[in-house]
Each structure stands twice: as C-alpha cells, then as structure tokens.
Design a binder for this molecule. Sequence first.
Ligand code: PLP
Length: 430
Amino acid sequence: MLNFEKSKQAFQESSRYLPGGVNSPVRAFKNVGGEPLFIAKGDGAHIFDIDGNRYLDYVLSWGPLILGHADPQVVKDLQAAVARGTSYGAPTILETELAKKIQAIVPSLEMMRMVSSGTEATMSAIRLARGYTHRDKIVKFIGNYHGHSDSLLVDAGSGVATFNDIHEAPGVPEDLAYDTLTVAYNDIEGIKQVFSAHGEEIAGVIVEPIAGNMGVIPGTADFLQTLRTLTSEAGALLIFDEVMSGFRAAFHGAQSLYHITPDLTTLGKVVGGGLPVGVFGGRKEIMKWITPDGPVYHAGTLSGNPLAMTGGLSTLAQLDESLYKQMTARTDELMTGIKGAADAHGVPITVHHVGTMWSYFFNQGPVNNFDDVQKSDVTYFAKFFKALLQHGIYTAPSQFETNFMSSKHTEADIETTIAAFNAAFDDVAR
Ligand code: PLP
C-alpha cells in the first residue's frame, strides 16, 4: 500500500484555512471517499505527491497540460518572460500574437478578448449575447458546465453534479435562474419546443459541443446542427463553449469536426498551457459590441497578462496535426485496452473518447445525456479509482469528469496503464 501520510497531514492543515481544504471542490476527492494527494511536482506524463509517490497523470490539471508537466520549451519561455516583469496593465505584442495564433487555428474567432479563466470567458460571452440581442433568456443543457457564474450554474455538470443536487444552485437569485432555460443534452425535440415557446426572447444557446463535464459525451451532429438552425432562425446567438474541447477534441476544436460555425466561441485550459487564460471571441460585428468599441462592458486587471500569454503562445507553437494524430492513436489504444480489461473481468462499461479527451462509465450504456450518466455505478467507481491510484495511475476522482492524454504519454505508458486497469479490476470485486 502506498503511504499518504504527508498528504493526510497537509489536508488536515489546509482544511483549517480553506473550505473543504481545497480551492476547487472536485480536488477534494470527497465523492470517492478519500483525501486528496498534495502534489510536489510534475514532470512530463508524471506527477509526484509530497510523500514521494509517482503517478502517470491523466488529469493534467483538468485539461490544460497537453504538453505534459514542465515542458522544457514552455519552462524556458516562461523563465525569460518572468525576468521582464509579471504584469504591466498596458498592451503588449504578446496579446496580438496569441490572438493571431488562435485565429489561425480556429478561424471563427474573427476578433477575441483574453480573460483569466473559462468562467470569465463564458460569463462575458453570455453578457455579450444579451447586450447584442437585447434579450435576456439563455438556453443551456443539463450536465453541461460553463464555469461558476450565476446564470450558468443552473443544472450544471462537473463539481455541481458531483456534490450538489444538480437542480439547486444556492446563492443564485431566482430571477437569474428564471432566465436560464435548460434542456436535456442531445434532445432535439426538447430544444425545438423551447424555441417554439420562447424563440423571440432567447439571447443565445450555450453548449459544450463535446460535453466533458459529465464524462465525455459527444453532441450528435443532428443535435448541434439543429442548434445552429434554430438560433439563426430566431435571431439568437449560438455559443460553443470549447473551454475543454478546444485544442483537445481536435487541433481545430470541436467546431472543425462538425463543420459548424458558431457565432461566439469560448476557450480556456490548453489555450493558456497551464497559466490562467480564457478567451471569448467570434464574429467581428458582434465582438465590436465590447467596450471600448461598443457598449457591453468587459475588463480585467490581469486580462492578457504577459506570463499567461507566453504560456499560451509557447504551448500552441508546439501543436500540429501530426501531434494530434499521435495523441489520438494513443487514446484509441488506451480505450481499447480499458474496454478489453473490463470485459475480461465481466464489468459493464461504456468508454467514450474524442481526440485527447476520454472517460469510462461503469454503465451498460448507451450514455447520451446526464440521465444516462446517473445510471453509472458510482460506488464501484470510487473503489476502482482508489485501486488505480495504488497502481500508480492518477485519473479524475469523479464519474462526472473527463481524463486527458498528453504528448508526453508514451506507448510504454499506455501499456503500463492498461496493465494497471487489469490489476485494479482484479483488486475490486463486484
Ligand atoms: N467551460 C467548460 C466547458 C469547462 O470545462 C470549464 C471548466 O472545467 C469552464 C467552462 C470553466 O473554466 P474555469 O474552470 O477555467 O473557470
């Protein structure tokens, strides 16, 4: 058994100062019935806890680290940047360079704004949609997560699904919740009904085109195309929240897989390479509504911060189609291995993966929406998660989250991981 003594002590100490001992709820390991590991360092595909245990890391800071931990070029670029100062509160060329790079990869962002988190990106996109259309209502999908701003916490996935009754969002004024309409994910009839009842009041529809906050659930092509058609007809905006799927589902984002151009897109995670960056952008005519060009207010002391821009630039510079081919092939191989291991042990499982995003549900399937996810055996999941940890594999500590692949995970790492899954299935009797 691995020794977690130092992490245990660190958690007791942190719990005296931070609610739940953490700064973001899913880190607490609460729903897998354990205590979180405190991390000392990361190196490539591995992280090391403060007790000196080493793990193959598939959380990767919840997605950002597509080049793994402490990529040598990213470290070098950041070291050079920090020596020039950490923040100026004035424009730098870095911001334009990152915007140009993003636009070259995801062309629908004709103009964009940099912010410091995915939450800020989606919150600002929603405000822009409301300001631009002069309408108040927004539509979101049950189990999609768009960060923790008031309007978007209703029926949300990720930590909300893990810890709360998904329908409750204490602290969110009822009036705001009233303007957020929710529909089941992939429910074409449901969204048509909402538009026939409220079409003229809807400012925008926000969707994770490939949902990643209830495990990985791809939107169907028909569903996403229906959203495009309905919003265009009703004069509402279509917002693709690609904070997770951007640079993850595919190099050019989920929108390139479906050949759908949203009006606005939000990005985060990989776009900052492990530093705090979010982006919202889209059609120029709409983005021109942002201050100081237009009336919709947006600002940020650290927006476009030079270190954050450098993290993003240094990371994106290393990405190309061939790297995605390699990472996707490794993800495919891992999924085949996990499915094979579960089948050999008679454990019902559904595996989903798109590009470098992957997850497994202890559930016979099919898994197309949040109701389906809830049929998963979360008790088995908790035991299995702990067994995997003992075999040196660090995965997301919740059935409602996604795992990721990095460029640093090798062929040998995939074989080690499949062997660990087999061993964990041996350990956990049903
Ligand atoms: N949107 C999506 C799709 C996300 O997955 C997340 C975070 O997981 C967010 C928004 C919020 O981003 P952040 O945690 O950077 O605020």
